[in-house]
Write a protein that binds this ligand. Structure first.
Ligand SMILES: [Mg+2]
Length: 247
């Protein structure tokens, strides 16, 4: 069974991350009204750190000159996030709902514009289409809200068996729950572009049947493909020609 991450694996949504993060940040703090409309390079550079969408308005604020600097985020990401929440007076839950609100409005009022900010990776699109034609079930596991993920998948004719979103909890928890419902001989190929998430899964003994695959085309740090241990397979677009059964 293929279980695939969404952002940076199926879809390149960089334009949209900045678009929604910027809008969310501007609403929460009017001092951020001057944030640029095009994606700043520092936002692209910091994106591989991001685990949840709520972190992105914080990065927007940083780029706008409030909270820790982008350099501070690059040097110590986790502690800078915590410091930023304090300095900005923001809460994670407020950022999550703020981002959802911006996206809900976009889907209602500017659906086509919003959809066009997301670009599927062509090799992933044809790979998933092939799975669907063969009748091979696959799932999506993401930290994005399930409803937006489903909306985007549907706009490209993609029909996963299940979309596990932010609401379902941390990825290792969802994977453990999933394994308990599959046949004991089933193996799960977990495709991710965040090396830290793959490494975390390997720390869980009950997740031994989950094999990790790193999507080399996603939001990686420059040395991620070399840093990946042998137990994690680095996948390149051309590897998607190989049938899933032979992965
Ligand atoms: Mg990702």
């Amino acid at each position: 069974m293929l279980v695939s991450d969404f952002d940076g694996v199926i879809i390149d949504g960089m334009e949209e991350y900045w678009w929604s993060a910027r809008r969310c940040a501007m609403r929460l703090d009017p001092r951020l009204a001057d944030l640029p409309g095009t994606v700043p390079q520092s936002f692209r550079t910091l994106r591989p750190h991001v685990l949840g969408g709520w972190e992105m308005p914080i990065l927007a604020a940083s780029i706008g000159g409030f909270g820790p600097t982008p350099q501070a985020f690059a040097a110590a990401y986790g502690s800078s996030l915590q410091l930023a929440l304090l300095q900005l007076g923001w809460e994670r839950s407020r950022l999550e709902t703020g981002l959802d609100e911006v996206r809900e409005e976009a889907v209602r009022q500017e659906r086509q514009t919003w959809l066009a900010l997301h670009r599927p990776y062509p090799w992933m699109l044809s790979f998933l289409q092939r799975l669907q034609e063969e009748g091979t079930p696959w799932r999506v596991l993401t930290t994005k809200s399930a409803s937006f993920t489903a909306e985007l998948l549907a706009s490209h004719g993609l029909r996963p068996e299940e979309v596990h979103g932010r609401e379902d909890g941390p990825k290792p928890t969802v994977l453990a729950r999933m394994l308990s419902t599959l046949s004991p001989r089933a193996s799960v190929a977990f495709l991710e572009d965040r090396l830290a998430s793959l490494l975390e899964v390997q720390q869980h003994q009950d997740l031994a049947p989950v094999r990790g695959f790193l999507a080399s085309w996603g939001y990686l740090f420059p040395d991620d493909t070399e840093r990946a241990p042998a137990s994690i397979t680095v996948l390149r677009p051309e590897d998607l020609q190989t049938p899933l059964a032979n992965w």
